[in-house]
Ligand binder design. Structure first.
Ligand code: ADE
Length: 239
């Protein structure tokens, strides 16, 4: 998958793309990320990328021309338009279903805003969709883009070390994750649940499902709201 990011702060993405799961995706050639800086397209002697909003008010906006030129440069380099996303609090809320939808694309183009936002004509002419990572305001789209890239790249085949591990993640089946334990078996009187030591794989799978359901029920009942529990799930919750 190729992801192009239009940002005033390309350095922001360097560490994140060199480390961990995303780093492995890049190293294996499964994930290709390029950044494009609107400042490289500034034409005045101050290299300005922002301007005052028409109608007045506080703050500045990202200028139309520099942003549009950077988007154009990204598309030319990629050889495709890319599903073009502007990260903003006004957008569609990102959840795991959305992540899976985006992960099925070959090419994403992410546009990060700074200041009070971008000229609306960029949204009208260049942007396919706005997406938000949550109901709070960040200082720019970079963190949101990084969140999106991380979540999407986990679903690219071959990026995760253990192919099965994302299938066990929270939300893959609409539930929170079950608790996990590693060695030692006991510490300060806190013991690993005996079922996990039993070697009984069916019992372990059942326990995990029950824990996932129970946690979701207690912590995020909203996730169960639209869901029809099957008979096995009802039994597990009743126990
Ligand atoms: N830019 C600023 N706040 C944001 C948010 N919550 N999600 C996505 N992009 C943003």
């Amino acid at each position: 998958m190729r992801i192009d990011v239009v940002t005033l702060f390309p350095a922001f993405f360097e560490a994140f793309l060199a480390e961990g799961v995303t780093g492995r995706g890049v190293q294996r050639g499964l994930l290709e990320v390029h950044t494009w800086n609107p400042r490289d397209h500034a034409r005045d002697r101050h290299a300005s990328v922002d301007d005052r909003p028409y109608g007045g008010g506080p703050g500045m906006l990202m200028k139309l021309q520099t942003l549009r030129d950077a988007i154009g440069q990204a598309r030319t380099a990629a050889g495709s338009r890319g599903r073009t996303i502007y990260l903003s609090p006004q957008g569609r809320r990102l959840d795991q279903a959305g992540v899976a939808e985006l992960a099925s694309e070959q090419h994403l183009l992410l546009v990060c805003g700074r200041y009070e936002g971008i000229d609306e004509r960029i949204v009208l002419s260049e942007i396919d969709e706005e997406w938000s990572i949550g109901d709070y305001v960040l200082s720019g789209g970079e963190l949101a883009a990084a969140v999106m890239i991380d979540a999407v790249s986990r679903l690219e085949p071959g990026v995760l070390g253990n192919e099965a591990s994302h299938q066990q993640d929270s939300f893959m089946d609409g539930l929170l994750d079950c608790p996990h334990y590693t060695r030692p078996e006991e510490i300060d009187g806190l013991r690993v649940p005996p079922v996990l030591l039993s070697g009984d794989h069916a019992a372990i799978a059942r326990w995990r499902r029950q824990q996932a359901l129970g946690r979701t029920w207690l912590r995020r009942p909203d996730l169960l709201a639209g869901r029809v529990l099957d008979s096995q799930e009802r039994t597990l919750l009743d126990e």
